[in-house]
Design a protein around this ligand. Structure first.
Ligand code: GLY
Length: 355
């Protein structure tokens, strides 16, 4: 960490994490690009367009502002963005600058990967969720009607600028959603980081005071991605909490935000750990998650959830690989979890969330 800025390389991306750095990094990084294509999202653009224009005042750029929400991340919008690039004369040396959350990053990153067989992109993630997750690791994708992120590829942004300043304007629900992915990194890393994250009270206006723990969370992901960039093995650890999360997102038709669903999935995952003999006391974690998540009295049945989990795209050779923590920092991949164990873990999750 230099001058409060944490910098590292991850899978082809130069990543910087700090507070109050984005405008400066943006204006410096775009120098020398023939033409810039700025992609943003309505809620972000409403607040930050003036500052973005000021930061890019020395460059020529065109802007595309996406509607908010997951529904823009589809093949129709993917095609429209290629036409938008072509109609404005984008060439191989053009740069796409994405200022937004995971939806904008996944979609525009995939467009960057395919336009003229690949052009450069720079990512300024503006939500806690995208700062902790989508910004590193190079995954880009769009959704099909049959499932999330089913079409995509690995195409890392050249430069990622993570700035806690954006979090000040983040609505509470989005703070909670991003917090769950951060918490996931705490469970993967170990007791020390986990306790730091559990100690954060939401909503908070003081994100810059948590800069170091936020950077550590991103680095947990970066270290795993560096070991296994193409998700052949260890990268599956990042799916901690995601099997139930995806099933809840599907069965509730996305009434839950992804991060909220991951919070539920984390409870089930520690439940599975307990079923598998974990002696660790997970109460602080489960209580924190339950206190943050919105109440709901009507959850899908075990049968519905198990049926959707069986179809999850993360399944390989017909088997679900579960990510099971025995304690913070000790998390294993398990493909031999029986139906009765899954049901006991679901029961543990239901007990926690319906108290
Ligand atoms: N979101 C999990 C991964 O990037 O692998």
């Amino acid at each position: 960490m230099m001058n409060g800025v944490c910098t590292f390389e991850c899978g082809g991306s130069h990543v910087e994490i700090g507070s109050g750095i984005w405008a400066d990094r943006l204006s410096r990084s775009v120098q020398g690009s023939s033409k810039l294509f700025v992609v943003s999202q309505q809620p972000v653009w409403r607040i930050y367009s003036g500052l973005v224009k000021q930061a890019l005042s020395s460059a020529t750029f065109v802007t595309l502002v996406l509607e908010d929400g997951e529904s823009v991340k589809d093949l129709r919008q993917f095609g429209a963005m290629h036409d938008w690039l072509a109609s404005h004369g984008a060439d191989r040396s053009s740069l796409i600058v994405v200022i937004g959350g995971g939806v904008a990053g996944d979609l525009a990153g995939f467009v960057a990967a395919t336009y003229m067989r690949g052009i450069r992109w720079l990512y300024v993630p503006t939500t806690l969720l995208s700062q902790q997750d989508a910004s590193v690791g190079g995954k880009t994708a769009v959704n099909l009607s049959s499932g999330k992120n089913l079409v995509g590829c690995f195409w890392p942004p050249e430069h990622v600028v993570i700035d806690t300043d954006f979090l000040k304007s983040l609505p509470y629900r989005q703070q909670v959603a991003g917090y769950m992915e951060w918490l996931k990194h705490g469970v993967l890393d170990g007791e020390e980081l986990l306790q730091e994250i559990l100690g954060v009270s939401l909503p908070t206006g003081d994100w810059s005071g948590h800069r170091q723990e936020l950077a550590r969370g991103v680095q947990v992901k970066a270290e795993i991605v560096t070991r296994d960039p193409r998700e052949k093995g260890d990268r599956q650890l990042l799916n901690l909490g995601h099997t139930l999360a995806h099933a809840l997102e599907t069965t509730t038709r996305y009434a839950l935000l992804h991060g909220e669903a991951v919070g539920h999935g984390l409870i089930m995952a520690v439940g599975l750990g307990l079923v598998r003999g974990s002696q660790y006391d997970w109460r602080e974690l489960t209580e924190k998650i339950v206190n943050l998540l919105p109440d709901n009295s009507e959850w899908p049945s075990d049968e519905q959830l198990i049926e959707v989990m069986q179809r999850d795209k993360k399944r390989r050779s017909g088997k679900i690989t579960w990510v099971v923590p025995s304690k913070p920092g000790e998390v294993a991949l398990m493909s031999d979890v029986g139906d009765h164990e899954v049901r006991r873990a679901l029961m543990f999750w239901r007990d926690q969330v319906t108290q």
